[in-house]
Ligand binder design. Structure first.
Ligand code: DLL
Length: 432
């Protein structure tokens, strides 16, 4: 099912023409309405008339998280506050958040885009959709809510937390679609198992998961535990929230809503634009947003663009699942380590749960990494000796992939904290 075939399956040449027209209008708009962008364009000596093709976007300067932060709270808004009908903000835990605004037209665009995501993931008007993202400054709750309502689903705005109650409502209401972070979906599955719920007997059939990294292994785990079809969707507050990209039923890359967002991948070190197919940092330019347009916004998310056509019929370019963030990288004793590398090793090993925590610390002048890994509930029949051998085995596997030694400690089943929103896997104590 495709929510808006006119745009989602648009001829690529026509799409490019539409993008260029929208880009030119956007540059004019921000030049006139946002002093920050006017200064940037003048500094870079770019005139509106210099943007003649989509490639000319490379003449424009990037916008970074710091630029947005420096203009806290409303300095980047391109319309007067009387035209702003909603404000959201990013989920950063340190410093001032990034604040974004929406006009009435932006809210309408947003629900169109999340309607596409919900439809691509398999939701329809007949569904009962349990919204288990939090509602608030975070864009997940309100964003996905509006799209599901737009397609006509019966939306149940439960928000996050109180997992047993979530499961009770799921049973009593006959929930068919679950919407939350993948880690919370897994937690719901675990709690359900503990209280004896057989998910295969519930009408639940579709999961729309996003807002954090969602590996293939995690998908398999969730799909088999909840007996659903789970898709990944991606977005970020600065660009709009959820609705930027989402998987279709083929689950092979996330279709980017290119009629509203111009996407590039760049080399994060040099800023050079990359050819599709190469891994780089995602950069977005909003093409239709009124209150909070961004030009070449550096997301810090790393992935690859896929231009091959998709069997679903959408002509929109796809991005691979996000691999990590440029600021996720842990540098330990000069070695670059990605949490996703550690995760992929752990997920290959039988007998452990997909719950782990990476603790980075400094002992004297030496940086050390300890990985806490939850065991599944089967007890080691061979006792301590077997357990220690199991730990050493994981350490060796990690050392092969990472190139340095890390300590592994198995911990009791269900002893690591569970998040109802985005999970926090890395604790870096070195800066404290
Ligand atoms: O997480 C928006 C969202 C809500 C997307 C609900 C999907 C569903 P922020 O809180 O601003 O916005 O966080 C944005 O989260 O730059 C990525 O690093 C990460 N992220 C979001 N979706 C995914 C995903 C929302 N599907 C930041 N896979 C982004 C991996 C994701 N990372």
């Amino acid at each position: 099912m495709i929510w808006n075939p006119e745009y989602e399956c648009m001829d690529r040449q026509k799409l490019k023409e539409l993008q260029l027209k929208r880009l030119q209008a956007l540059i004019r708009w921000v030049y006139n309405e946002v002093p920050f962008y006017r200064e940037r364009l003048e500094e870079a000596d770019v005139k509106i008339s210099d943007i003649k093709t989509l490639e000319d976007i490379q003449k424009l300067p990037f916008t970074t998280k710091d630029d947005l932060r420096d203009n806290y709270p409303f300095g980047m808004f391109a319309v007067p506050m009387e035209n702003v009908v909603r404000v959201h903000s990013s989920s950063g835990t340190t410093g001032k958040p990034i604040v974004v605004g929406y006009t009435r037209a932006d809210i309408n665009t947003w629900s169109e885009l999340t309607a596409r995501i919900a439809t691509a993931g398999g939701a329809t008007a007949k569904d009962i959709a349990q919204m288990s993202f939090s509602y608030g400054l975070f864009t997940g709750g309100f964003g996905m809510h509006a799209g599901l309502e737009r397609i006509g689903a019966s939306v149940v705005p439960v928000s996050t937390g109180n997992t047993e109650r979530q499961i009770m409502l799921m049973k009593d209401f006959g929930t068919t679609v679950l919407v939350c972070t993948p880690s919370y979906a897994l937690h719901i599955a675990e709690v359900g198992e503990d209280i004896g719920v057989d998910f295969s007997r519930l009408p639940l059939r579709v999961g729309l998961f996003g807002a954090e990294r969602f590996s293939e292994k995690m998908r398999q785990e969730i799909e088999s535990k909840l007996h659903i079809s789970a898709t990944d969707n991606y977005g970020l507050t600065e660009v709009i929230g959820p609705g930027v990209a989402g998987e279709c039923g083929h689950k092979d890359g996330l279709h980017i809503n290119e009629d509203h967002f111009l996407v590039e991948t760049i080399d994060p070190d040099t800023g050079e634009q990359l050819e599709p197919g190469n891994e780089g940092e995602l950069v977005f330019t909003t093409l239709t947003k009124e209150a909070f347009p961004v030009i070449r916004y550096r997301t810090r998310d790393l992935t690859r663009l896929m231009t091959e056509p998709c069997a679903c019929g959408r002509s929109l370019v796809r991005m691979e699942k996000v691999k990590g963030r440029t600021d996720d990288m842990i540098i330990v004793r000069g070695v670059n380590i990605w949490p996703s590398q550690i995760e992929s090793v752990l997920f290959e090993i039988e007998g452990i749960e997909p719950h782990y925590k990476i603790i980075v610390d400094r002992h004297g002048s030496m940086d050390v990494i300890e990985v806490l890994v939850e065991m599944s509930s089967e007890i080691f029949p061979g006792g301590m000796k077997e357990l220690v051998a199991f730990e050493r085995n994981i350490e060796e596997k990690l050392q092969t992939v990472l190139g340095i030694r890390v300590d592994v400690r198995l911990v009791e089943p269900k002893s690591l904290d569970r998040a109802s929103g985005k999970s926090q896997r890395v604790v870096d104590k070195r800066d404290l």
